[in-house]
Structure formats: structure tokens, C-alpha cells
Design a protein around this ligand. Structure first.
Ligand SMILES: [Zn+2]
Length: 144
């Protein structure tokens, strides 16, 4: 019991910073999981279509909707992750901007806010992800 008390004291002493780091790692892990699932679902769609090109489109639509649900989840988690780091990511040019600002300093685009009505809407190019960029970026028309 004494040992547990001591342990709790130490836990309470853990700084906010450490908490943020573990929260951030947790989010990163969840994002990675969703990204991997999306790649799998894309593969499922391809296999389904290959096996039976006359498949009822509704069956494929269910999978597409699943991808969108996961993309929204990722969007929210990436936003939260950036919040922990203290910046917002510009949806237009990808710049990292201090999260106190409402507009991007590089391109002037309005920065997203979780309170926005359209926060959960998906940008055509926001399925670009770091961990699976070769796959996701296949149809990208970004000029680097
Ligand atoms: Zn920008």
C-alpha cells in the first residue's frame, strides 16, 4: 500500500508536457491504424471489382463510405495532434501556422477550426498521408 501511495505521488508529479507527449503518441498510433485500414479497404474494393465487375455498386459504395468515415477520423485526430504541438496545418498549402492565427501566413487561406460547420468535410487532396504517401499520392496533382 505504501508503495502504491508513493507511485501515485510520482504520477501526479508527471508534467503536462509528458502527458502531451503520450497523448500525441497515442494519436499517432491511432492515425497510423486508420491509414492502414484505408489501404486495406482500397485493396478490398479493387479485389471485389476484379472478381465481379458487375457487382452491385452499392456493395462498393459501403466500402467507399467506410473510407470517408476513417478519413474524417484521421482529419480530426491530425487536428488534435497539431493542437498539442501548438500549430494548425493550412489545408491549402500545408504550411504549419501558429494555432492562434485564423489565416495562413503563406497563402492567406482560412485555417480550419474544429467549431466550423464544415470541419468534417473532406478536401479532395487531404487523403495524402505521410506514412502511406506512395499509395495515397498516386493521383495527386500537387507540384512539388
Ligand atoms: Zn497556406
Amino acid at each position: 500500500m505504501g508503495i502504491l501511495d508513493k507511485f501515485n505521488d510520482v504520477s501526479r508529479g508527471v508534467s503536462e508536457k509528458t502527458k502531451n507527449i503520450s497523448e500525441g503518441n497515442n494519436l499517432k498510433r491511432k492515425i497510423l491504424y486508420e491509414e492502414e485500414r484505408i489501404v486495406e479497404i482500397f485493396t478490398d474494393i479493387g479485389k471485389k471489382y476484379y472478381k465481379n465487375p458487375n457487382e452491385d455498386p452499392a456493395a462498393l459504395k459501403v466500402l467507399c463510405d467506410d473510407i470517408d468515415t476513417r478519413r474524417r477520423r484521421i482529419k480530426k485526430m491530425r487536428y488534435e495532434l497539431n493542437q498539442i504541438r501548438g500549430y494548425k496545418e493550412c489545408p491549402k498549402c500545408g504550411a504549419e501556422v501558429n494555432d492562434r492565427f485564423q489565416f495562413c501566413g503563406r497563402c492567406g487561406a482560412r485555417l480550419p477550426d474544429m467549431d466550423d460547420d464544415d470541419f468534417m468535410s473532406l478536401e479532395p487532396n487531404d487523403y495524402y498521408t505521410e506514412s502511406s504517401n506512395n499509395f495515397f499520392n498516386a493521383d495527386s496533382n500537387k507540384n512539388y
